[in-house]
Structure formats: structure tokens, C-alpha cells
Design a protein around this ligand. Structure first.
Ligand SMILES: [Zn+2]
Ligand SMILES: [Zn+2]
Length: 117
């Protein structure tokens, strides 16, 4: 995983809105992550300074980016599924598609499907 592409968000920053959509195919293990937000979404705000993360060291200037911060994590095997049918390797056992929620645990991204109501 090339870390220079990967932005480390504020610890435990959580996505709650239905902005993030995943298509997972269990046979191939292929996972497609899509952010349906835009530059006004919180997941598109990066610190406009030298910092790699939103630590508490100083108030960071904000800069909107075109790409969601979580996208690189999902695209570079940095996101691990934590739902009930997790297969032991951070992937769902069953294929699926739907909105997801995720959080950053300081090391990697953990995600699960948004419960279907
Ligand atoms: Zn900073
Ligand atoms: Zn996003």
C-alpha cells in the first residue's frame, strides 16, 4: 500500500450519512467503493497544511478535495469489514451491495453495511 497517497483522518472520524456505497463480490473478492458526496461533504475536507491527520496539535486550515478520504483506504486493502459474517480476512462472506458506515481506528478503516430498515 503506498502510504503517500493515503490521508489519515481524525481518529474515529465516522461516516454516518448514506453517502458511501459498496459493491462486494465474494467469488472474486472484488470490492468497489463509491462516495456519493461532493466537495461540501466532511469526508472531502483535508487539512491544508503539512499534517497527515487531524491531530490536536493546532487548528488545521481546511481544504476541500475532489476525492473522499476513505476511497484510497478501500482501494488499497486498508479497509476491513467488521460485520457479523466477516470471513476472517476482513471481507464479508456473502456478496452484497448497499450503503456502508465506517470509522477510522487509528490504523485502518473498519466498515459494515448500514442496517437495512
Ligand atoms: Zn495541520
Ligand atoms: Zn466520502
Amino acid at each position: 500500500m503506498s502510504t503517500d497517497l493515503i490521508y489519515v483522518p481524525r481518529i474515529r472520524q465516522r461516516s454516518r450519512k448514506r453517502l458511501h456505497y459498496v459493491v462486494f463480490k465474494s467469488q472474486s473478492g472484488e470490492l468497489t467503493f463509491t462516495c456519493r458526496g461532493d466537495e461540501t461533504s466532511s469526508c472531502h475536507q483535508y487539512p491544508n497544511c503539512e499534517c497527515e491527520s487531524w491531530g490536536d496539535d493546532h487548528p488545521h486550515p481546511n481544504e476541500p478535495h475532489q476525492q473522499c478520504w476513505a476511497k484510497n483506504w478501500f482501494d488499497n486493502d486498508g479497509a476491513f469489514y467488521v460485520g457479523d459474517d466477516e470471513d476472517g480476512n476482513g471481507k464479508p462472506t456473502r456478496s452484497g451491495r448497499g450503503y456502508v458506515t465506517f470509522s477510522f481506528d487509528g490504523d485502518s478503516v473498519e466498515w459494515e453495511w448500514v442496517a437495512k430498515s
